[in-house]
Design a protein around this ligand. Structure first.
Ligand code: NAG
Ligand code: NAG
Ligand code: NAG
Ligand code: NAG
Ligand code: NAG
Length: 762
């Protein structure tokens, strides 16, 4: 490592002259880097282009909150996380960050050591208890890079900003210990919690935890931010002060801190054992849900496995080595599947999308009459993050659906079930499928007045398609049997309304209402055909044939209405020959194996799209230059390899490089010409980026998908297709993309360096 000090001094100079980051980013460089991203309320991100040691983490909204880190190396203190200026602390210099599928890794230089910060947000879709526990890991270790031994202590704290969107509110806190004394946890909440209430998208109910395992060198404190951090900077340990002057979050900012010694970091460069912390935001109940008998409050599913938050945290901390290994295996798996599906770039896009998408819903159970939890009554609730906070929006679950199929189809059943159940109560007055279960998370209070955002064709088609998809993928027919009357009612609506769609909005509601939308007609017709398959599975071949022949007849008539005069493409709406758009709903035809629309239609569309490619992809339709990342990947999944590759590259060009200064978690809505974000961030629909893998039946992480129903482990993950994902001698890490991106970053840095170098040294 001779070169390191040389480079560092250059980058150090650079830091004063230009804002260009001096570290490598692999395998991509997003506008916001996930640190701890597990649930709608357990989210911490770092604005891209900023070092871990020079920026506050933020909630997905961009609102900063305090999560600070320091390290002392041979008595010299360095800030490693956050932006607080504490006298006597230098700033550790970041040299690299890698954003993997469920983990993010930073390397920082401090004195003669490299500090390695690892953030793991476990992705456990086949273990529902683990998946539903909104905790993340932070671990810190060090290794000598100068051939000498070093004494290293590390520190981390969080503030009470984690528990409210309003820093004027009063918090209170405690230090908790498990019965066996093995685990210590700071626990903080509002003194006056408000159930199911949000301020700026934060939940005003529940507790934030920062926890770690007891050890001889562990120290802790609860106190004012400056005093607590100063204490560590000066002494490398904490006083054990427990400040019980409960006060406003912003009143001398109480923080909750742990410090530990990594011991002597050996001259050999071997990593010291890590200091591991768990953190997250936990609450019970999580949602309220409308039933015929009134509002039901529901608990987080993990409580069926662990009796208390402390028990869950203790198990979580004990699981760190396994979780880190699983993160590595998952990353290799995503890399392999991404490359098989399209390319290295595709793997990078999936890495960036996975945690974000899976952090948008919560798995819940109800309570029985005797107060115990009913582990068999599993319902999932999803937040339409950032666009409006709606609950279980059907046309948001729909684009997310390919990730359901890839991760674990059982999740799909649990997301659809609350919608089926609600509409079966008869409380919803409209004949078509409801848009969502409630105007704002976490209130699934329904729309008994029928005044939900009206997307009748969209949602009716979506529900039927997803219900069939789940049954096909798992062999579990219980949902399509139980709700066959409701499905038939929606199909009837499609038969009357799908071929010549009235003026209405589609899922892309921001584009406004339009009559005769080709893409909506496609969805409706596929919905009718899907109902034919459902009836076949339900053993009613007479009705199956009726639905199928309706759908086939509609396809012929649809083509006459929707095809442009020169037959080069499908129009956006029937009356407008010059119009066109992404007809992404055709994806469902392939997904369900219906082959309702003939291949020549797909080929025509593919050829047409190839003439419409802009810098960052293809516009959603002729009304605007903006596009959607999810619908482009849906389109890519049913196109030929050339278009597929080009669309993936275009979306990654946006996701990985274009809007770096926004600091926002990945958006799905941006301008296809210039790559600027139009709106939205951190939404579940990036699960749609898995569309290519969604079509591949044997790909699911849950392996043996036929066991997906009912159990809290949601699939055995057994001996099926997910064997052999790790080290089999192949390069599974997608380093091709990593290398080229970090190479271009290095090149850019080197160019700046030359310019700066001449300035400085002339
Ligand atoms: C926090 O305040 C609530 C409401 O006053 C109270 O029930 C709870 O015991 C307090 N917790 C602590 C740790 O003081
Ligand atoms: C949820 O409903 C409760 C009333 O039950 C209300 O106080 C709260 O503000 C609602 N939350 C949101 C986020 O709309
Ligand atoms: C994270 O990604 C980097 C770059 O792709 C890779 O070298 C590393 O092995 C990955 N680590 C884990 C734990 O997945
Ligand atoms: C849709 O197209 C039909 C047939 O061309 C036409 O009669 C109808 O007015 C159009 N509807 C709308 C809302 O544009
Ligand atoms: C990108 O194009 C959109 C739409 O034309 C425009 O509103 C936006 O300002 C452009 N962004 C940049 C950075 O030029």
């Amino acid at each position: 490592m001779l070169a390191a000090p040389f480079f560092l001094s250059f980058f150090w100079v650079l830091g004063f002259v230009t804002a260009a980051p001096s570290w490598t980013s692999s395998p991509l460089e997003p506008a916001s880097i996930p640190l701890a991203v597990r649930s709608p309320y357990s989210q911490a991100w770092l604005a891209g282009g900023h070092a871990l040691s020079e920026s506050w983490p933020t909630f997905w909204t961009g609102g900063p909150f305090s999560w600070a880190g320091y390290a002392r190396v041979d008595g010299v203190a360095y800030r490693t996380m956050g932006l607080a200026g504490i006298e006597g602390a230098e700033v550790a210099q970041q040299t690299s960050v890698s954003v993997n599928a469920s983990s993010t890794h930073f390397v920082l230089i401090a004195g003669g050591v490299e500090l390695l910060y690892t953030f793991v947000s476990p992705v456990e879709p086949t273990d529902l208890a683990k998946q539903s526990l909104p905790l993340s890991y932070m671990s810190v270790t060090a290794r000598a890079v100068d051939g000498r031994a070093h004494e290293v202590q590390v520190y981390a704290d969080i503030s009470a900003e984690w528990v409210s969107g309003d820093v004027q509110k009063t918090a209170n806190w405690s230090l908790e210990k498990t019965a066996d004394g093995r685990v210590l946890a700071h626990k903080v909440q509002l003194a006056n919690e408000e159930l199911f209430t949000e301020v700026d998208d934060r939940i005003e109910h529940g507790s934030a935890y920062l926890a770690t395992t007891q050890s001889a060198s562990l120290t802790f404190a609860q106190g004012a931010d400056i005093d607590t951090r100063k204490d560590f900077v000066a002494n490398g340990r904490l006083s054990g002060l427990l400040d019980t002057n409960f006060r406003a979050i912003s009143d001398n900012w109480p923080v909750f801190a742990f410090a530990s010694s990594l011991g002597s970091v050996a001259a050999t460069g071997v990593q010291a054992p890590p200091f591991v912390l768990a953190l997250g935001h936990i609450r019970d109940p999580v949602v309220q849900y409308v039933t015929k008998a009134g509002m039901q409050t529901r608990s987080p599913l993990w409580m069926t496995k662990w009796g208390s938050a402390l028990d869950a945290i203790s198990a979580f901390l004990g699981d760190y080595d396994q979780a880190l290994a699983a993160a590595g295996t998952l990353d290799a798996r995503i890399s392999r599947d991404g490359i098989n599906g399209a390319s290295d770039n595709y793997a990078s896009l999936l890495r960036l999308s996975l945690r974000q998408a899976l952090a948008t819903f919560e798995l819940t159970v109800s309570k029985k009459a005797d107060g115990s939890l009913d582990a068999t009554d599993i319902l999932a609730f999803m937040k339409e993050v950032s666009s409006n906070g709606n609950m279980n929006t059907v046309d948001v679950i729909f684009p997310f659906w390919p990730l359901v199929l890839y991760a674990n189809p059982a999740l799909g059943k649990y997301l659809l079930e609350p919608i089926f159940k609600y509409q079966s109560t008869g409380l919803y007055p409209n004949k078509y499928a409801v848009h969502d279960l409630g105007a704002h998370y976490p209130n699934a209070t329904g729309h008994n007045d029928g005044q939900d955002e009206p997307m009748p064709l969209e949602e009716s088609g979506n529900m039927i398609v997803m219900a069939l998809s789940y049954a096909q993928r798992t062999g579990d027919k219980s949902q399509i049997q139980q709700y066959s009357a409701l499905l038939a009612q929606w199909t009837q609506f499609l038969i009357s309304n799908a071929l010549v769609p009235a003026s209405q909005i589609s899922t892309d509601d921001f584009a406004g209402a339009l009559g005769n939308q080709t893409n909506l007609a496609v969805k409706g017709i596929i919905g009718i055909a899907a109902m034919g398959e459902i009836m076949k599975l339900n053993g009613d071949s007479a009705r199956a044939d009726t639905y199928t022949s309706f759908a086939k007849d509609y396809v012929t008539r649809f083509r006459a209405l929707a095809t442009s005069r020169d037959k080069s493409h499908l129009k956006l709406s029937y009356g407008d020959d010059a119009s066109w758009g992404l007809v992404y709903n055709l994806y469902a035809d392939k997904l369900l194996g219906l082959n309702l629309f003939p291949q020549d239609l797909y080929d025509t569309q593919t050829a047409w799209y190839k003439t419409k490619m802009d810098n960052f992809g293809i516009a959603l339709d002729t009304r605007h230059s903006y596009t959607k990342s999810d619908w482009q990947i849906w389109t890519a999944a049913i196109a030929d390899d050339d278009l597929k590759g080009a669309l993936v590259d275009a979306v990654l060009r946006y996701a990985g490089t274009s809007d770096i200064n926004s600091g926002a978690p990945l958006s799905d809505w941006y301008d296809a010409k210039n790559g600027s974000t139009v709106g939205f961030r951190a939404r579940p629909v990036v699960g749609g980026h898995f569309a290519v893998l969604g079509l591949q039946k044997d790909m699911s992480l849950s392996g043996d998908s036929s066991s997906a129903g009912g159990s809290t482990t949601g699939g055995t993950g057994g001996s099926g297709t997910d064997d052999g994902t790790d080290g089999d001698g192949l390069d599974l890490n997608g380093d091709g993309a990593a290398a080229s991106l970090s190479a271009s970053r290095n090149l850019a840095a080197a160019l700046v360096l030359c310019a700066v170098g001449s300035l400085v040294y002339l």
